[in-house]
Design a protein around this ligand. Structure first.
Ligand code: MG
Length: 161
């Protein structure tokens, strides 16, 4: 069993799309970034890469590379999944926390789980998605940014039988 943790934060600004967990969410502001700035999937990718000893998202998808401009982070997650499978891992469990003052994400959580489940080939019961505010404190609390943490566990395929 291997464990990985990931964290990400993006600036929340008018004129950008808000994409979280692969779901475009209607809101007056969105997340600034080189890709679609899906802060949850970025935290998840880092947790998966960390658990498998493959480095981090910046190493594989540098924000200086124009080919990643505006790309869907669902595509990045698929690429990460391919890498960890090649290393001999199966995803066991995913847990995610979103930290945002607004908007409420509860109507979108099932769709986020569907997206993650379809890419990582795990049952939705093994995916946790929770949301918290920052109680008005700091940049996230002022609605200037949205952050996310993720923890994952991986099983080494040789240990499955
Ligand atoms: Mg990011």
């Amino acid at each position: 069993m291997r464990i990985g943790i990931g964290y990400d934060i993006h600036r929340l600004t008018e004129g950008w799309k808000l994409v979280l967990g692969g779901v475009e969410i209607p809101y007056i502001k969105g997340l600034e970034g080189h890709s679609d700035a899906d802060v949850m999937l970025h935290a998840l990718c880092d947790a998966l890469l960390g658990a498998s000893g493959l480095g981090d998202i910046g190493k594989h998808f540098p924000d200086t590379d124009p080919k990643f401009m505006g790309v869907s982070s669902m595509g990045l997650l698929k690429d990460v999944f391919t890498m960890i499978v090649k290393e001999g891992f199966k995803v066991h469990n995913v847990d995610l926390v979103l930290i945002a003052e607004e908007p409420k994400i509860s109507p979108f959580v099932e769709k986020m789980k569907d997206n993650i489940s379809s890419v990582l080939k795990i049952d939705k019961n093994y995916i946790g998605i929770k949301a918290s505010t920052n109680e008005g404190v700091g940049a996230v609390g002022r609605g200037e940014a949205i952050a996310s943490y993720s923890v994952v566990t991986l099983i080494e395929k040789e240990c499955l039988n």
